[in-house]
Design a protein around this ligand. Sequence first.
Ligand SMILES: [Zn+2]
Length: 120
Amino acid sequence: MKPAVPHPKEITLTENRELRIVWIDGHVTHFSLQYFRDQCPCAGCQGESDIFGDVRMPIQLPVTKPGKYELKKLTSVGNYAVAAVWGDGHDSGIYSWEHLLYMENRQAATSNTPGDPAGN
Ligand SMILES: [Zn+2]
């Protein structure tokens, strides 16, 4: 048996163009749309791992397509994930609750850089 994964109670897009997720346990997560898109879990964005665990990255285009960070639609997938549709037509990203929590941890880990001068 897998332990129960917390799930979102509410997902909204704020006026700052951030995704705001209210979890069932009461904590709140914010993701910028850019971060959300960059963390797209689909094979095309993250690469597919082979049986030895090596990740094969797809070839990255050097230019950002227009609309890449424009979230068009977020639809629920069963009761375990949401699917994102982006302004550039990309729609294969399925964000499971586990992935959202993983992204949250990762974001927290990278934003708490020591010596951040944003004190005022
Ligand atoms: Zn993707």
